[in-house]
Design a protein around this ligand. Sequence first.
Ligand SMILES: Cc1cc2nc3c(=O)[nH]c(=O)nc-3n(C[C@H](O)[C@H](O)[C@H](O)COP(=O)(O)O)c2cc1C
Ligand code: SF4
Length: 381
Amino acid sequence: MAVNYLNKTKKIGEKTAGNRFAILPTESNSAAPGGLPSDKTIDRYKKFAAGGAGLIFCEATAISNDARARVNQLVLTAENSEAFIPLVDAVKTENPDAVFVIQLDHAGALADPSFSKPVAVYKGEEGDTPVLTDAQIEEVRDAFIQSSIAAKKAGFDGVEMKICHGFLGNDFMQPRNTRKGRYGGSFENRARFLIEAVEGIKKATGDEFLIGLRLPAYESIPGGFGTSGPDEVIEDLTEPIEISKMAEKAGVSMISVSAGNASGNLDLIHPTPNYPDGVYRHFGWAAAIRKAVSIPVIGAGYSYLSDGKTGMGSWSYWAEKNLADGRVDFVGLGRQGFADPALPVKLLGGSPDKVNYCTACLGCGVLLGGQKEVKCVVYDA
Ligand SMILES: Cc1cc2nc3c(=O)[nH]c(=O)nc-3n(C[C@H](O)[C@H](O)[C@H](O)COP(=O)(O)O)c2cc1C
Ligand code: SF4
């Protein structure tokens, strides 16, 4: 089909992406010791850059060793920013116009105790995981700011705060976060961690450096984000819409919309053949957030579409339609990035039949869950 929208440029803050494809952050668990970019990391991002996406997110990168969910996760701190320069250089050499943003995270209660240090936002969140004090929360917030300064030094165009999938930043915002003090209870208190971090990053990195936000519109767990109360489970987008507006005001330059929770419902994060209609729910969530803000919105969940598998059109059909109808500004490639990082260049070059379409089997996710190095088990033998 004709490409009318995927090939259009788009401004994000002071930067401009050359088209509407976004490589979503996807952990590969393949860093060198110390959480530094390895040759495999560099090779992976070179392929994304050569694949032609206008916006590339580097995978979830921990703000400290203790914040890791994966044994070989990238870690970016004030001490190691120089080690990330070859990664940025490799991407910019391959495609000087690519906007390259690194996702920062703290795994919180999902950190693995065998090599990391699980911490909870509120009591009972994950068994008897120790709960952070307000002072410790401020230390974590400041570590996000320090990692952002390090990202700028390394040459990234921006950072993305991972506030989704049940990681630490996500759990502050859940209505079931009824902790006492400044970081729990009221909506304003639950939003405080994110807003303080964004304001701090903005102040430390200036106006040109991008700050992205990855948000779960609806976690689909009792008292999760996207519900209206600590023991409610029915979807209510009031708070996701409100936090998106607050984040824009605080200096966020783009919002990537996701859903689900890693400890609750993986099929909602990445729709599989068990849950194909999740794709259309993702479309609706992204559209609802986009209506509320004036910054670019990135959509997810497209990998299941493959090539007409749903019977309602192909990957490019829905990508074009959602862009044309103003439901998103960028179409995200999650698992599809493992299956074929060159999808953008193949579609823009008029060869959709040459794409290795992701089958949404989630074999890559199984590798990640087992702390193995991640690859596509279908195409990357
Ligand atoms: C192996 C794997 C690793 C992932 N790593 C991340 C990550 O680092 N950060 C993040 O926000 N989402 C991560 N995700 C979720 C994806 O970014 C994406 O939202 C999801 O796969 C849905 O998009 P898709 O249908 O195109 O795959 C990961 C997903 C998979 C399968
Ligand atoms: S392993 Fe399966 S889900 Fe993952 S990228 Fe390959 S085809 Fe897609």
